[in-house]
Design a protein around this ligand. Sequence first.
Ligand code: UT7
Length: 333
Amino acid sequence: MTRRAVVTATGRYLPEREVPNSWFSDELGLETSDAWIQSRTGVQTRRFVDREAGEATASMATEAARRCLASAGLTGADVDGILVATVTPDHFFPSTACLVQDALGAKGAYGWDTSAACSGFLFTLAQAAAMVRSGMARRLLVIGADTMSSIIDFEDRATCVIFGDGAGCFLVEGSDEPADGELLDFVMHTDGAGGDSLKMVAGGSRHPTTAQTVAANLHVVHQDGRTVFKHAVGRMGDVVTELLERNGLSSDDVKLAIPHQANLRIIQSIAKRQGWSMDRIAVTIDRWANTTAATLPTTLDWAVEEGRLERGDLVVFATFGAGFTWGAALMRW
Ligand code: UT7
C-alpha cells in the first residue's frame, strides 16, 4: 500500500500594519516613488510587524498555525511535529518551532527550523511529505514565516522596497487512499556558488556580532538585484519545465501556478515561457510583497479563499532564493 502525503488545511497571518510604497519616500525620505516601485517590482503595499506590540516571526507563525488548525477542527495537541522555514527566527535558539510548539500548547509535538530562504517552505514541505509517506509522522504543521522588516537596510532603496512580513501554514497528513490535496512531486536544487549575490554576512559563527559588524552594516540583507533577477528567471523557469516533464505533463495541464513573489517581472517571464496567461498565476506581490518563506503558503491560502481552485486541479509551486536555492512542487487540489 502506498502512503500518500496530503495537505488537509491551510492558514495565513499577515500583520495589521500596512505600509504603502509612498512611505519610503514620504516617511523615510528615500529617493524613490510609488511609480518606480510598481513598474519595476509590481509591489503596491506590504505588511510589517508591530514590534512594540511584541510581533515577530514566532507570533505570526503561531497565528497562521492556529488558523490552519481551526479550519481542520484540530488543536496543537493533535500534531506530531511543527516544521518552520525561516531566515528570520526570533532567536538562533531556541528555534522558532519550539516557540510555536509552546504557544500552541502542542504538548506531544517535536519541531525544528529549516533555513533555505525563499525556498524554505517548499524544501520543508518536501521534508514533511517524505516523513508522512514513510510513516514516520502522521500529521505535521509546515510553516513558512519571515519578518524581513527586521533585517532589511532601509537605506538600500533597491532592496528594501521588495520585502514584507508574514506567515503561512499547511497541515500535512498521511493517507492510505488517493485524497484531495495530494503532494505529488518535488524538485529541489541548490548552487552555493551564488551565495554572494544575496546574503546577510554577520551575526553567525564566521562574523559574530561586534560593534564593528554593526558599524559596517553587516546585519542586513545585501542583494545584487540584477544577478539574482537573472538567475531567478532562468532557474525557476527551468525547474518548472523539469517538474512537468518528469511527470509527463504539459503546461496546459496546470490549473494554477503559485510562483515565489519577488518581482512581478520575474513572474511574468515564467508565465510567458510556459505559455500561461496571467489568470493562471496566483499573484499576491501587489499587496504583500516578498515575504520570503511565507510567500507560497500565504498565496495558496489566498487563492483557495478566492475560489481559484476546484477539486482535482493541478497546482505547480515554484521558488527561487538565497543560496542559491530553487525548486518546484506538484499538487493535486
Ligand atoms: O526573493 C529573493 C530573490 N530576490 C529576487 O528575486 C529579486 C531580484 N531582483 C529584483 O527584483 C530587481 O533587481 C530589484 C527590484 C531588486 C531592483 O530592480 P532593477 O530594475 O534590477 O534595478 P537596478 O538595481 O538595476 O537599478 C536600476 C536603476 C538604478 O539607477 P541608475 O543606476 O540606472 O541610474 C537604481 O539606482 O534604478 C535605480 N533604483 C531605484 N530608483 C527608484 C533602484 N531602486 C530604486 C528605487 N527607486 N527603489
